[in-house]
Design a protein around this ligand. Structure first.
Ligand code: SF4
Length: 325
């Protein structure tokens, strides 16, 4: 473990970018890398997906953890893989069952379950059951964006770029004075990562951001290995980059979408006016949160491919909705 000290890093040459001379370069970079990897390997939180290199298992953990705290993901991840242990099993599953699982485990947007189901189908039908191993190819899978593709490439195949998430940005901002700018963060994160080591490096730097360089940093308690190089530690300015937050409006819509799906798992089909009171206690057909509001919510779920609407049925109780199977 490095000794405590106060000197921020200054560069001694190397490429100039948005980060100027704030990043460690040839003279110090290797020591910075080794210190962080040693810190991570010495002690880190244990999660079952850190013990596997199976790309399917890692993809499931990544998708689940997008909106759910990791401690809650552990149980859901194990149960999901017990029920659908392979992409072949998931592809053969009824989509409504997958969505129902997602909703009952409160894993966030149900369309992530739909996309995961479709990605498994792609793996089976387009890739002969074998995952591609590069971020670009992984991004071809349904619902897999650049972040998730890179995470799977890193953790399954040790073949990714540097992860640049909120935690990594905060670490770079504090430790090396990286400006609050996405391209500067990406440049810094990739500069810091050792060659061909994305698996351990991305785990390590994300762990640093999650347990040491938190909003209220725990530099000494967590034994941060970069204390002797960190600009924030030297100056005492532990501010963090601005982070966009989810609006309460979107949060509540997501919550009610989840309730719609969970309710419809219990019923074959329901007209809106019978669904409404089960979704919110203040539902009345003509009220502020009445039939129009619920129809709008259901339209989102139809767009996501999770629900279907029968406008002919239901007579005076509004259109009938059911989970799409
Ligand atoms: S010394 Fe503190 S502020 Fe600096 S990188 Fe480590 S945890 Fe973050």
């Amino acid at each position: 473990m490095p000794t405590e000290g106060n000197a921020p890093v200054s560069g001694d040459g190397g490429e100039e970018g948005a980060n100027g001379d704030t990043l460690p370069t040839d003279g110090t970079l290797e020591a910075v890398q080794e210190a962080l990897v040693a810190w991570y390997e010495d002690d880190h939180r244990s999660y079952p997906w850190r013990e596997t290199e199976d790309p399917y298992e890692i993809l499931v953990s990544e998708v689940m953890s997008q909106q759910t705290q990791l401690d809650r993901v552990v149980e859901a991840w194990s149960a999901f893989l017990e029920r659908w242990p392979t992409t072949a099993a998931l592809a053969a599953a009824d989509r409504a069952d997958v969505v129902g699982f997602w909703s009952s485990h409160r894993l966030g947007y149900n369309n992530r379950a739909k996309y995961l189901h479709e990605a498994a189908t792609q793996i089976e039908t387009e890739y002969d059951g074998t995952f591609p191993d590069t971020p670009d190819e992984l991004e071809e899978l349904m619902g897999v964006g650049p972040y998730t593709a890179n995470a799977v490439a890193s953790f399954a195949f040790n073949n990714g770029d540097a992860v640049v998430d909120t935690n990594v940005k905060r670490v770079c901002y504090r430790a090396f004075d990286v400006p609050d700018d996405d391209s500067a963060f990406a440049e810094a994160a990739n500069h810091l990562m050792p060659d061909a080591a994305s698996r351990v490096w991305n785990n390590a730097i994300m762990e640093l951001g999650a347990v040491a360089c938190t909003q209220r940093p725990r530099c000494d308690e967590a034994g941060c290995p970069w204390r002797d190089r960190c600009s924030a530690y030297a100056t005492g300015d532990f501010s963090a980059p601005d982070v966009p937050t989810q609006s309460s409006f979107e949060g509540s819509r997501r919550q009610f979408r989840g309730r719609v799906v969970r309710t419809l798992e219990q019923f074959e089909a329901l007209p809106l006016d019978e669904l409404g009171p089960r979704v919110r206690v203040d539902y009345t057909p003509t009220g502020k949160h009445g039939r129009d509001w619920l129809a709008d919510l259901c339209a989102d779920l139809v767009d996501d491919g999770l629900l279907e609407v029968d406008r002919e049925a239901g007579s005076g109780s509004g259109p009938v909705v059911r989970l799409k199977r």
